[in-house]
Write a protein that binds this ligand. Structure first.
Ligand code: PLP
Length: 369
């Protein structure tokens, strides 16, 4: 790497907030007890878990008994999708965790339908109802897409699913920083969240399950989380997630203003590439298709060249970083030369200077191709 590094991959993960870390720290060393232990020390750890549950519930306008702690987004998605009996309708732009669950269920005989996205990165209620047949029990559309940042009309999509007698799940993993999540207003039946996307540690998340929704357990072997998710709680990470989601809520307006400024600085400095536009999107994510002197540039090669120059960005989600195919979202949107795209994503710690400097480096590197 040449020079100072500039991290523009906040959609892959964020650092743990220092204040959040300090609140969680004693739960590693001093209050290390098992929250399932009946003695009073175990109950101290349990009290911390239940406090975090209330914080998570409050942040999305849910009831605490509707929050089920998991190891993150992927597990929450697996719990929701594999826990429902019946067919699935999933949008074409879902994260691999959702698409892989759908594929697995399809292989075991479940009916799986795909909901089309339009060229502007949006899934419409009409597209959702088109995909629903009599075998479908659950429709799944993510709240904020992790490749292009498109914001989906979740309230309308949930209403459309319900009008067909189908439950509605949303993957809100990329939504916590910039969207006000209100499960009651949105009318969703289930919603997945992952801590490491909003300045909590990796390996912790939760699934919101509306009262009355019946799910089959994902893991068995313990009574934790109402028997829906067996296994000892990761107490410090859960404590951190409760703090982090409250902080994300408190900082939201300030965060959006910051991200808007950072992304305009980046886009205004960029003198090459075609930005992938969406009808409605978060400024946290900017995906760009690049062309060099001799034609379109391979996105993987470009992101590697940028990494050598200190700019850390990505081609698609970190979970499919080894894949040679372009991100599914771009293919589904019909983006031309999708294999030439690179995703830049910004966060709380990105400075204006870093955004400008990164765009200048991109300009220079692209000219070399
Ligand atoms: N859903 C979306 C939209 C994501 O961006 C990610 C992570 O990249 C996941 C799900 C998976 O979450 P986790 O990394 O917590 O398993």
């Amino acid at each position: 790497m040449i020079g100072e590094s500039i991290y523009l991959d906040y959609a892959a993960t964020t650092p743990t907030d220092e204040e959040v870390f300090n609140v969680a720290k004693p739960y590693y060393t001093e209050i290390f007890y098992n929250p399932a232990s009946a003695h009073f020390l175990g109950q101290k750890a349990n009290a911390a878990v239940e406090r975090a549950r209330r914080q998570c519930a409050d942040a999305i306008n849910a009831n605490p008994d509707e929050i089920y702690f998991t190891s993150g987004g992927t597990e929450s998605i697996n719990l929701a999708l594999c826990g429902v009996s019946g067919g699935l309708a999933v949008s074409d732009i879902e994260h691999d965790a959702t698409l892989a669950c759908a594929q697995k269920l399809s292989c075991s005989g479940a009916d799986v339908q795909y909901i089309k996205v339009n060229g502007e990165g949006i899934v419409t209620p009409a597209a959702l109802t088109d995909a629903i047949d009599d075998n479908i029990a659950l429709a799944c559309v993510m709240a904020v897409n992790n490749i292009v940042g498109s914001i989906q009309p979740i309230k309308d999509l949930a209403a459309a699913a319900h009008s067909k007698g189908v439950m509605f799940f949303t993957d809100a993993v990329q939504a916590v920083n910039s969207l006000e999540i209100d499960v009651k207003d949105w009318g969703v039946d289930m919603l997945a969240v992952s801590g490491h996307k909003f300045y909590a540690p990796k390996g912790v998340g939760f699934l919101y399950v509306k009262r009355g929704v019946k799910l089959n357990p994902f893991t068995v072997g313990g009574d934790q989380e109402g028997g829906l998710r067996a296994g000892t709680h990761n107490v410090p990470a859960i404590v951190a997630m409760g703090e982090a989601i409250q902080k994300a809520k408190a900082l939201r307006a300030q965060y959006i203003a910051h991200i808007t400024q950072i992304s305009s600085e980046f886009i205004n400095t960029l003198d090459c590439g075609t930005i992938i536009e969406c009808e409605n999107k978060t400024d946290e994510i900017v995906s760009v298709v690049f062309r060099g002197k001799d034609g379109y540039i391979n996105g993987g090669r470009l992101s590697t060249a940028l990494s050598v120059e200190g700019v850390c960005c990505s081609v698609g989600s970190a979970c499919s970083a080894g894949s040679a195919t372009p991100p599914q979202t771009l293919l589904a949107m019909g983006v031309e030369h999708a294999g030439s795209s690179v995703r830049f994503s910004f966060g709380r710690n990105t400075t204006t200077e870093q955004a400008r400097r990164a765009a200048q480096i991109v300009n220079t590197v692209v000219k070399r191709f």
